[in-house]
Design a protein around this ligand. Structure first.
Ligand SMILES: Cc1ncc(COP(=O)(O)O)c(C=O)c1O
Length: 378
């Protein structure tokens, strides 16, 4: 390994979302989904150069060719997906993008299907846009979490259901949809005229070496009824810069999306574009090394958490987030249990599963070991 992920910068005094919550208390934050890692040098150099130049005025994201070329290259090389640059719509975050999708493809009162448990802003999106959320359950099949496809097929047949918002790879359960699962999603959406909005923000964090991410919009059956949301943000730890993109091959769907976002959703800023460009052109080795490091962290979490009585966790197929089932503890408030041990995970209740918590393992081995030791302590 060329890069050193053991050495991470201090975030003290940086108003970090993750670190502020437990400031002044002996609780290690393991919640918000950003990592502790220092960004890859090409990203930092690119940003420094622009700061040195000294002008941070407006730029045109739709004409920012180097960043567009970088996305095209990355999708081709990493996901075997040939996109037409015209399909790309920049968004200043994936959260505004899936909210714009709700507005674009539904009327107030319509139903939107969302898998549960899920990332809290995804769960909140239907109501926020005056629509109804239909919860699609997560089931365990052959030791792995997946969608309840029977329920999905049944709910999708309701003509009021206009949109399915998927999170693939799944946050928090960590599964990556297989081809046969994606085929089922495609078939159900097609048969029922349901648009798919696929949040794939974690797609470059697949840890299992025998799994591949399958982008929704690459699938011929989904090409004309899907919006695929991606970003370099999670993978390259640049989430605070607010840069992401939607790939929408169908012109009409793209028009509706752009119109729904117009005047409300700001343009992506130039630092976000620059960082995305650098990440997707000059950081392939860093990316590979980070995956190796995260894979070892994931395995450590699996081994150590499963050794704690009352806790269980699956080996996450993707992401740097471990979904811990704490129902075996027999306590009402599992978040409080973790905090009393000196660890601050994401509360499962926010994701729709109160007997779980989510541990962020995107940190140095030293910090992770401390988290795991604390959870195991008497
Ligand atoms: C599934 C998922 N979507 C979206 C986001 C946030 O996206 P953004 O910061 O680009 O709005 C997160 C962050 O944790 C996430 O896990």
């Amino acid at each position: 390994m060329t890069y050193n992920f053991d050495k991470t910068p201090s975030r003290e005094g940086t108003y970090s979302f993750k670190w502020e919550k437990y400031k002044g208390r002996d609780i290690i934050p393991a919640w918000v989904a950003d990592t502790e890692f220092r960004c890859a040098d090409p990203i930092l150099e690119s940003l420094s150069r622009r700061i040195e130049d000294g002008n941070l005025g407006y730029v045109l994201p739709g004409q920012y060719q180097p960043a567009i070329d970088a996305v095209v290259r990355w999708l081709k090389d990493k996901h075997n997906w040939d996109i037409d640059p015209l399909w790309l719509v920049w968004t200043p975050g994936v959260v505004p993008a899936f909210n714009a999708a709700c507005k674009a493809y539904c009327e107030p009162g319509d139903k939107i299907m969302v898998q549960v448990p899920n990332y809290p802003p995804l769960l909140a999106a239907p109501k926020l846009n005056d629509m109804q959320r239909v919860a699609i359950q997560t089931v365990e099949v052959d030791g792995r979490y997946t969608l309840d496809f029977e329920q999905l097929a049944q709910e999708a047949s309701d003509p009021a259901c206009k949109l399915l918002i998927l999170c693939n790879p799944m946050n928090p359960v960590g599964s990556v949809l297989t081809q046969s699962e994606l085929d089922q999603v495609a078939e159900i959406c097609q048969r029922n005229n349901v648009v798919l909005c696929s949040d794939e923000i974690h797609c470059d964090l697949v840890l299992d070496e025998d799994k591949v991410h399958l982008p929704a919009g690459r699938d011929p059956k989904l090409k004309n009824n899907s919006v695929t949301l991606m970003a370099a943000s999670k993978t390259f730890n640049i989430a605070g810069l607010g840069a992401s993109f939607a790939i929408i091959p169908d012109a009409k769907l793209r028009q509706h999306f752009v119109k729904a976002a117009a005047g409300i959703v700001p343009w992506v800023n130039q630092l976000g574009l620059l960082a995305t460009e650098a990440a997707f052109t000059r950081c392939d080795d860093w990316h590979t090394d980070q995956l190796d490091y995260l894979r070892e962290n994931r395995d450590l979490v699996y081994e150590r958490i499963n050794a704690i009585e009352g806790l269980s966790v699956k080996r996450q197929e993707a992401t740097f987030l471990a979904w811990v089932d704490a129902s075996g503890l027999g306590v009402d408030d599992v978040q409080k249990w973790a905090e009393q041990k000196g660890v601050g995970p994401s509360p499962g209740v926010d994701f729709g599963a109160p007997q779980h918590f989510r541990v962020n393992f995107g940190c140095s081995r030293k910090m992770l070991s401390e988290i795991l030791e604390r959870l195991a302590s008497e």
